[in-house]
Design a protein around this ligand. Structure first.
Ligand SMILES: C[S@@+](CC[C@H](N)C(=O)[O-])C[C@H]1O[C@@H](n2cnc3c(N)ncnc32)[C@H](O)[C@@H]1O
Length: 196
């Protein structure tokens, strides 16, 4: 395990030094706690990047994690990192998650990809959740910009933030999931299917 811990530290340093966006350590710790508290055994992750979070979750006692990344360069780095980890419970898929067809059901789905597409990822992958499964969405505060959309000068950034704000409005008004927000990292949304 020390070897995996060292690998995880190296991947985190690489991500920070090469501008690869990765989850904050407190978000990882919070999700690992949710995994353990809920006896989560299988995870589908949208947004692998270089497999930093993937390896953290894969080494937390679960049976399997499937992770999807569309960027080929990052995917190759992720593959190398997974191979270095020696873990055999990780399946990596290189594709656009909006085009992939996955039949399996998972105890947890983690959405950490293009932030403007959260609604589309949720609509698509809610079908891959087991009963009592959990969907986690990262970066719902988007670096503190959410709620301040009208003050943002850059058109692209403003549009992206507006999409996250619209997504949050949708979460507030839907009745399929119970939603809880955890103020760690860049704010996590935790969605649990309501048992109706
Ligand atoms: C925030 S990073 C993921 C970080 C990773 N979960 C971690 O914490 O180590 C988001 C990744 O999602 C990928 N991505 C964005 N949209 C995607 C899509 N539609 N399908 C697959 N991957 C996507 C990006 O290329 C990027 O590498």
């Amino acid at each position: 395990m020390d070897r995996i811990r060292r690998l995880i530290d190296d991947i985190r340093d690489y991500g920070i030094n090469n501008d690869v966006p990765i989850m904050s350590e407190d978000s990882i710790d919070t999700i690992v706690k949710i995994i353990k508290d809920n006896n989560v055994k299988s995870i589908l992750e949208i947004g692998t990047a270089i497999a930093y979070s993937t390896i953290c979750f894969a080494s937390s006692g679960i049976d399997k994690i499937t992770s999807i990344e569309r960027d080929k360069v990052r995917f190759e780095i992720a593959k190398t990192n997974v191979s270095k980890s020696g873990l055999n419970n990780i399946e990596l898929i290189c594709d656009d998650a909006l085009n992939v067809s996955i039949e399996d059901k998972y105890d947890m789905v983690i959405i950490d990809a293009a932030k403007s597409q959260n609604r589309r990822f949720l609509d698509k992958y809610k079908n891959n959740i087991n009963d009592n499964g959990i969907i986690i969405i990262d970066n719902l505060d988007f670096h503190g910009y959410v709620g301040k959309g009208s003050e943002i000068k850059s058109r692209n950034l403003r549009q992206m933030v507006r999409k996250i704000e619209k997504f949050l409005e949708y979460l507030d008004n839907q009745d399929e999931f119970d939603v809880e927000y955890i103020e760690v990292g860049d704010r996590l949304g935790i969605c649990k299917k309501k048992n109706i």
